[in-house]
Design a protein around this ligand. Structure first.
Ligand code: PLP
Length: 441
């Protein structure tokens, strides 16, 4: 077996900006992850505020630099939403993309004002639409049946009726690591074809519904922006056909990638992504004689993914043939991404992170599924049972997709900033698990 040629800096580059190795252990925002794990228990999720602030600033400054008309960042709430994160979004005046009534309720509780709430969803229910009309500034309409439901529910749109955007299915997907994270391909369940959108435009005109934007989202976790160009062209052709004038809105979704593993470093540049989109929209509008729209970008993982770290404790080490298993105290219940679509991750030990890596390990969880795996085949140092490990880029689509499988109680979630840890979500208890259950009677 070879000793690791990989320097620790390769893996540290995946961790939040304020991560340091001090006293031979991992610290984030000046705090020792080992002490936090002892105090709050494991699995434990921590978010670094500095990294979040930096990502929001990167997006906003790139938009200011490359796009001369109004622009907005919409935080994709599906990546991870709780009251504290909703509150944080408003310190940057971000829009918040909410999928349905539940996320709308969290955004409202976190103080997001109606003009900054945008509602998504591929099959919005009546109660989703009622919540959207009450609390949101924008509904992104996914299909003509939904448009009909909106009209049936609100036959006489009031003045504060949210603006409606139509979601285009461009028929072009971005390249992602798994088909389950693609949404723009011709046979996707998301959005409307060009013909369906023109039908929806006629419908909304005939009943006076306020349509003022076009949206598409081709997939998540891509780093080649090329497929955005034909989709932008298609959306601008539609905008021309609809004859948007004056203030109108255009959103080419989110999905920009972050590096999850050291062989994906460096992180793709947010500035070049924003620049590419801005230039294509400016040029495309110019060619078609369109007014420049308000440009909206909708990042999730590239805004919050890198800010999060998941900390687990190793409970047992097993040797099975050539394979070494580390069994930790969390897994697919707090992070189903590997089980769902083979997501890859990296890892450092919390103590002695620079130890020689001389063993290929797979990291599995405590749940009764062979697919309950977080990491496969990663070079790590030898560990003792009871040691802590930290998995970076844990900020997006982990907790938001977490479950109570096998009675798992969801982890505590902390925000870390300059020597301060604030609990954003407390650890679930068995009482929480039982709260919704009723006796047969
Ligand atoms: C409509 C929409 N917008 C934005 C996003 C955010 O994607 P990402 O977190 O990859 O940036 C998603 C993710 O699924 C989405 O469905």
């Amino acid at each position: 077996m070879h000793n690791s040629p990989v320097p620790i800096s390769d893996r540290l580059a995946l961790f939040p900006d304020s991560t340091r190795v001090q006293q031979d252990a991992l610290f984030i925002a000046g705090q020792d992850l080992g002490s936090l794990a002892d105090r709050y228990g494991t699995p434990l999720y921590v978010y670094d505020r500095l990294t979040l602030e930096a990502a929001a600033a990167d997006y906003q400054s790139a938009l200011r630099k490359y796009y001369p008309a109004p622009s907005h960042i919409t935080y994709a709430g599906k990546a991870f939403l709780c009251k504290a994160i909703a509150e944080w979004t408003q310190t940057h005046d971000l829009f918040v993309d909410c999928t349905g009534e539940g996320e709308i309720a969290i955004a409202v509780a976190g103080g997001v004002p109606p003009q900054n709430i945008l509602v998504h969803g591929v099959n919005k229910s009546i109660s989703d639409l009622q919540a959207a009309v009450q609390y949101a500034g924008t509904i992104v309409v996914d299909n003509t049946a939904e448009l009909q439901r909106i009209h049936n529910l609100f036959p006489n749109p009031e003045l504060r009726f949210p603006g409606l955007w139509f979601r285009l299915l461009p028929g072009v997907a971005v390249s992602t690591h798994h088909s389950h994270t693609q949404t723009g391909q011709y046979d996707s369940k998301f959005g409307m074809t060009r013909e369906e959108i023109m039908q929806a435009v006629q419908m909304s005109k005939s009943v006076n519904l306020p349509v003022n934007g076009i949206h598409f989202h081709q997939g998540s976790n891509f780093r080649d922006p090329e497929p955005l160009i034909p989709a932008i062209d298609m959306a601008l052709d539609l905008a021309k056909e609809i004859s948007f004038r004056g203030e109108w809105h255009f959103c080419p979704g989110g999905g920009w990638s972050v590096a999850y593993h050291e062989d994906e470093v460096p992180n793709p540049s947010i500035e070049s992504y924003v620049r590419g989109i801005a230039e294509a929209v400016i040029e495309g509008c110019h060619q078609r004689g369109l007014d420049l729209p308000h440009l909206h970008l909708e990042p999730g993982r590239s805004l919050i993914g890198r800010a999060g770290v998941a900390i687990y404790r190793v409970g047992a080490v097993k040797q099975r043939g050539d394979k070494t298993w580390w069994l930790v105290d969390g897994g697919m219940a707090d992070n189903p991404r590997h089980a769902l679509y083979g997501a890859r991750y990296s890892c450092l030990t919390v103590a002695g992170p620079g130890r020689e890596r001389n063993e290929r390990v797979s990291i599995g969880g405590p749940y009764c599924e062979s697919g309950d795996v977080l990491i496969e085949d990663l070079l790590m140092p030898k560990v003792e049972e009871g040691e802590l490990v930290a998995i970076p880029v844990a900020g997006a689509y982990q907790l938001s997709m977490s479950s109570n499988y096998n009675g798992a109680r969801r982890p505590e979630v902390l925000m870390l900033e300059a020597g301060r840890a604030t609990s954003m979500i407390r650890r679930e208890t068995t009482d929480d698990l039982l709260r919704r259950d009723l006796p047969l009677g």
